[in-house]
Design a protein around this ligand. Structure first.
Ligand SMILES: [Ca+2]
Ligand SMILES: [Ca+2]
Ligand SMILES: [Ca+2]
Length: 213
């Protein structure tokens, strides 16, 4: 809202502010990613692992209508041992229900789980209870967080176009400027000139070919 002049993006909700904080905390630990290409090389592995989320999704979609509604989400978070306030659950739901049809579809669910993973960074219970039959899921989320930390050079919790250009330049590709711009535009869904972790995750599900069905 008002007073954000001079700032590229200011968090719209408390949840987004928390996400930025969590990302900045995580950024302090550094990143294992050395180049944008190395992220691309991990796509097949990430793809496999994310598809395996389908089983968790189906488990939480109790009425099997292909979407997780508000009540189902509450139960889902409870089962994962995540203690969010009503407001946070509402914000999380709105943040991930991008087509605003009041239900979290599979691709939206992946984004949601990864955001929860980031927010529960310092909480052991998520790790302990998230073993719902999806080996390596957390390792995959960690790669995604790591990739974002790699791109967010100034560690403000958002990726700007300049940071994207810088990241791709480091890979030493010649036509990198165009690639960077293209990738950036694919990620910046609301076209406000910066990419949040949520936007990054949605772009990722598209890149690896997970669309809602
Ligand atoms: Ca449902
Ligand atoms: Ca940044
Ligand atoms: Ca944006």
């Amino acid at each position: 809202m008002g007073g954000a002049a001079g700032k590229l993006e200011s968090p719209e909700t408390k949840l987004e502010a928390k996400m930025v904080e969590a990302m900045q905390r995580r950024a302090c630990k550094g990143t294992a990613i050395k180049s944008f290409n190395s992220i691309i090389l991990k796509f097949p592995k990430i793809d496999d692992s994310l598809r395996n989320c389908k089983a968790i999704f189906e488990q939480f979609d109790e009425d099997s209508n292909g979407a997780i509604d508000h009540e189902e989400l509450k139960k889902c978070l409870h089962k994962l041992g995540v203690c969010f306030t009503e407001e946070e659950i509402g914000d999380l739901f709105k943040a991930c229900d991008i087509d605003e049809d009041m239900g979290i579809k599979f691709n939206e669910f992946i984004v949601l789980l990864c955001l929860v993973y980031l927010l529960k960074d310092d909480a052991v219970e998520f790790e302990a209870k998230s073993r719902v039959g999806v080996p390596n899921l957390e390792a995959t989320f960690e790669i995604l967080v790591d990739a974002f930390v790699f791109l967010d050079k100034n560690k403000d919790g958002y990726v700007s176009k300049n940071e994207m250009v810088q990241a791709i330049n480091e890979s030493g590709e010649h036509s990198s400027g165009t690639i960077a711009t293209k990738r950036f535009e694919e990620m910046d869904w609301d076209k406000n000139g910066s990419v949040s972790f949520k936007e990054f995750l949605f772009a990722f599900t598209t890149w690896v070919g997970i669309e809602d069905e």
